[in-house]
Design a protein. Structure first.
Length: 67
């Protein structure tokens, strides 16, 4: 496990690489400003309508493409 500062640094680099620095900062500001329950969001949006087998297949596909 990495320490908190290293995790924050890595997370911001990931966001910046994917979104650009301005949108990464906007994303963080939105998280801080709006009440946000990640667990609820993940359960209702991220895997909505997917069976467990479909989720596992997508995870396997992602791992194969990103290793």
């Amino acid at each position: 496990m990495i320490n908190s500062m290293a995790l924050l640094d890595k997370g911001m680099r990931c966001l910046s690489n994917e979104l650009g620095i301005l949108n990464a900062e906007r994303f963080v500001a939105l998280l801080l400003r709006e009440p946000f329950d990640y667990t609820e969001w993940r359960q209702s949006n991220l895997f909505a309508g997917m069976s467990l087998d479909e989720i596992i297949d997508e995870a396997d596909k992602y791992c194969k493409e990103n290793t």
